[in-house]
Design a protein around this ligand. Structure first.
Ligand code: UDP
Ligand code: MG
Length: 140
């Protein structure tokens, strides 16, 4: 299996509670390498564009407000089967359903404020990486 890249966000609930390092440790312990990383504060418009796929969902407005409420850490993770592996390390969207030891089981506060985002497929990973990073910023 070839190396794969996925896009990750450490969300505002986690950056506010100083959990960036603890979450990156989970990625690295799972064999995922951080090949790009930046801490930024999204505007409402940027959060809205990033989550445009969820525009029709009832939680969209609240989700955008949350994502623009404090800094995030945007990252590109690289490894074997990185997209699926990252989803595994993240745990289920709702922390109540997340397996023990996953990021969301340990750190998430609610289904909305659930500490991390991770791409769900190769197509979305490519789009999300390109939204946040230029090729020059990806250092494998
Ligand atoms: N979300 C929410 N309420 C819901 C479902 C999702 O607030 O009922 C938020 C949550 O922050 C989630 C994000 O919307 O991470 C994107 O939802 P998705 O279904 O793509 O979950 P994910 O891929 O993040 O596990
Ligand atoms: Mg998703």
């Amino acid at each position: 299996m070839a190396l794969e890249r996925t896009f990750s966000i450490i969300k505002p609930d986690a950056t506010k509670r100083n959990l960036t390092g603890a979450i990156v440790k989970k990625f690295e312990d799972a064999g995922l390498r951080v090949v790009a990383s930046k801490r930024i504060h999204l505007t409402m418009a940027q959060a809205g564009e990033f989550y445009a796929v969820h525009k029709e969902r009832p939680f969209y407005g609240e989700l955008c407000e949350f994502m623009a409420s404090a800094p995030i850490v945007a990252q590109v993770l690289e490894g074997e089967n990185a997209i699926a592996k990252n989803r595994e390390v993240m745990g289920a969207t709702n922390p109540a359903d997340a397996e023990a030891g996953t990021i969301r089981a340990e750190f998430a506060q609610s289904v909305g404020e659930n500490s991390v985002h991770g791409s769900d497929a190769p197509e979305t990973a490519a789009i999300e990486i390109a939204y946040f990073f230029s090729g020059l910023e990806l250092v494998g």
